[in-house]
Ligand binder design. Sequence first.
Ligand SMILES: Cc1cc2nc3c(=O)[nH]c(=O)nc-3n(C[C@H](O)[C@H](O)[C@H](O)COP(=O)(O)OP(=O)(O)OC[C@H]3O[C@@H](n4cnc5c(N)ncnc54)[C@H](O)[C@@H]3O)c2cc1C
Length: 571
Amino acid sequence: MKVVIIGGVAGGASAAARLRRLDEKAEIVIFERGSYVSFANCGLPYYLSGTIQSKEDLVVQTPELLGKRFNLDIRIRQEVTHIDKTEKIVKVHNHVTGETYIENYDKLVLSPGAKPFIPPIKGIDANKVFGLRDIPDVLSIENYIQENKPKKIVVFGAGYIGIEIAENLKKAGLNVTIIELMNQILGPLDYEMATLVHQHLKENEVEFYLSDPVQSITHNSGCNVLELSSGKEVKTDMIIMGVGVRPENALAKEAGLEIGITGGIKVNDYLQTSDPDIYAVGDAIEINDYISGNPALIPLAGPANKQGRIAAGNICGIKKSYNGTQGTSIIKVFDMTIATTGNNEKLLKRKDIEYQKSYTHSPSHAGYYPGAEPISLKLLFSPNGQILGAQAVGKEGVDKRIDVIATAIRAGLKVADLEELELCYAPPYGSAKDPVNMAGYVANNILKGDVEVFHWDEFTQYDSNDSIILDVRKTDECEEGMIEGAINIPLDELRERLAELDKNKMILIYCQVGLRGYLASRILKLKGFNRVKNLSGGYKTYYPTTCRQDNCPLYSFEKILKSDIIEADTR
Ligand SMILES: Cc1cc2nc3c(=O)[nH]c(=O)nc-3n(C[C@H](O)[C@H](O)[C@H](O)COP(=O)(O)OP(=O)(O)OC[C@H]3O[C@@H](n4cnc5c(N)ncnc54)[C@H](O)[C@@H]3O)c2cc1C
């Protein structure tokens, strides 16, 4: 059997290694357009700050070593330009010699990845715009910076890669401005979770513009002038793209393979394309969203590697299906960690999937042991308790909690099961009630009807003549800021001061994170107040959404805290 693989990085290299482990006799040829195979594309941004110091560390495997260990015929700088599925041949262009030749195959694996999206902005073609996809890209960014010493670098797009580039350039001592089309950074997060990260970017003095896409780029006195849709002008010496990727589908399209509605190559459960002898894996394919079953594009390294392995197994007769991608992902943003799994609320709304949600802010480990940091966790679940997604923002232990929830989703566990998970605990690592258990308790209380909740963006739904906003935090906590129109009765005084509340009105309770509000709501319910709701996630979820979100022009976090409370009312 002769297997030809197009693309020698995540999905392609994984498929090749697995094929060899299953079949010692197969002839395996990898065509890779670039000069490197199996390199650390996920590590590229960290090279820009010197966190990863040498280029060699990005080269996980050389073609020689990989080829020798797995007995592979690896052909770098050779690009497949045409697939003839009837003749079962591919046409290859050798970028070193300039020659073009034909190679036949019995089975073909496509793992060509994704290409950076270049937005159609007036003037963009006239400029050298940098992308970051491979080792030559990162080296050309490095060379440009060393030779031209740019004073200000603009990153287009605040997705995972854009933010990682911005963080690492900032760490390298450069001035960075991010320009984002949406009203938030990090699209996989919902808005209110992203607002926590916006404030952290400000603390780290990264300038960023939201909801303000670039309209045009002109060249003036040696620098680029970006005109934003608001009319603002931003000057920059260098532009780096981080606006997302599109599946590399041209070759498959031209070969007459079916393309899905998302633009990804269409595959069946066994990762076969519309031609059963051609498999496709990685960023180039359309997968099923594990939660909804809908077609989706989720370009991540873990799924690409797993798909490569599964495709290889299927080629060798070990039938296994790929069961969809959940989108479990993580990013470091300076001192913060942000992780998500499953669907976010924006997607659930768009797909018309019924859901409920809860917010918790539990300490990463026992509060009495030094160094505990809050983990802000949003859980999305269906009315029958199915876990639909989770997002967490914090400094410590975020990865562990999202990984536990990701595993729970795969295992088909429900919200109530999260209460029962027995997770490791000693004070430096967790709490006897882990943040995942807490999220389970809170979500399950909502499902059981033990507490009625309302959310940070729902205040305007309540008529102020028919409702009371009740802050049950201690008086000194309220001095740091309260929700407009609220009255303060600390939880410990509530039983004695019930007469101050009108039983006929809706009582909208909040505290700092939601726990005291829950206790207060139980007291009021048991004392005969029938219309009581607790703000899920409390003031800690609400407050960051009221702050000014962007950071332009650059100013310090301290100034923001004061001025934003005023600004929030005008937004
Ligand atoms: C800067 C950066 C950071 C990232 N960080 C993360 C992260 O932290 N976590 C995460 O999960 N994912 C991350 N990703 C995404 C992850 O790298 C991809 O999801 C994964 O590499 C996809 O694997 P793939 O095999 O589909 O494509 P790739 O790994 O991109 O490999 C495709 C290869 O195919 C080659 N090729 C394309 N067409 C042809 C052709 N016609 N002939 C020959 N060769 C061809 C390309 O040159 C390329 O080398 C990151 C990506 C980048 C660029």
